[in-house]
Design a binder for this molecule. Structure first.
Ligand SMILES: [Zn+2]
Length: 306
């Protein structure tokens, strides 16, 4: 997040600098220090963005800019979401005036609510040592396993208990990854407690760390479920495409072509477009703390015959 903020500040300096972002003038220097009147930064204090925080922030963007420059709003941890984000959505659609620029920062683009994402231009950076880099290999392995389970469910559609295990298996993976994060976090907190700082200072830091940790767990969970939803979407799209007479090469998983044609002949396609909708809706609300298990069960049971 630190690097992201630096990039955002440089970008912000570029917008208002008279010399193409010289990084030397007063505008550039103060913007880079994050101390500039036409710059506002929303840095959520808790594990979700609060209504009051967003309201205050939006209000501050309605105040007219100084020197007719752009008012730049940087929202840190935009992937936290929360219901307050709906307010922001309105402001992104209809900013208070034409001098507003909103910059949303997130560690993973998939954790941004699609309705917000679709209103933004996106830029991606990959940082070495970022929080999720360590999970890449694990996510890859998990993805392969997940694809195998779904193929299994599609080829043996009478095996309801097998299908029901699916959500449980996803839950185990989420628990495992989050469990490791919790362990790491505990160590971090212990270190602070033994640091010799005075009690009030320790309390304050530990409280801040706790909030940070909660956020990390939430982000990891959302990220995993988004991966699961993506793979399920691909499988459902394949079923629909194959039923519509699509060629094997056109599928996301061409190797499933025969299984789909054998197991899903003469099926009502509406059912599967309905399941795609379930994924889309749940994806949107994922950041608002929905119970993903119900959605997973519903989709996977839609694939079996019962
Ligand atoms: Zn400058």
């Amino acid at each position: 997040m630190k690097y992201l903020l630096e990039i955002a500040l440089q970008f912000a300096a570029n917008i208002n600098c008279q010399k193409n972002g010289c990084m030397e003038c007063r505008v550039c220097i103060n913007t880079l220090k994050a101390k500039y009147p036409n710059l506002r930064i929303l840095d959520p204090a808790g594990s979700s963005i609060l209504m009051e925080e967003i309201q205050e922030f939006i209000y501050s963007m309605s105040v007219s800019s100084i020197n007719n420059e752009f008012k730049i709003a940087i929202i840190k941890e935009a992937d936290l979401g929360g219901s307050a984000f709906n307010l922001l959505l309105k402001t992104l659609e209809e900013p208070p005036d034409e001098k507003c620029v909103f910059i949303l920062l997130a560690e993973d683009i998939n954790s941004i609510i699609p309705t917000i994402k679709s209103r933004c231009q996106t830029y991606n950076w990959i940082f070495k040592g970022s929080a999720f880099e360590n999970y890449d290999k694990r996510f890859q392995d998990f993805k392969i396993e997940l694809e195998g389970w779904l193929t299994g469910i599609m080829s043996d559609r009478k095996n309801i208990s097998g299908a029901l295990n699916f959500t449980g298996n996803v839950g185990i993976f989420v628990k495992e990854i989050c469990g490791e994060a919790v362990k790491r976090q505990k160590k971090e907190s212990e270190k602070i407690k033994k640091s010799g700082l005075d009690d009030d200072e320790i309390k304050r830091i530990v409280k801040k760390l706790d909030e940070k940790h909660k956020r990390e767990i939430k982000k990891i969970t959302n990220l995993i479920i988004m991966h699961v939803f993506d793979i399920m979407t691909a499988c459902l799209e394949d079923i629909i495409a194959a039923a519509a007479g699509s060629r094997q090469e056109a599928l996301h998983y061409p190797e499933n072509y025969n299984i789909i044609n054998e197991s899903f002949k003469s099926e009502n396609i509406n059912k599967y477009t309905g399941l795609l909708r379930v994924i889309r809706e749940n994806g949107i609300y994922l950041n608002q703390g929905i119970n993903y298990e119900i959605a997973l069960d519903r989709i996977v049971l839609g694939l079996v015959q019962h």
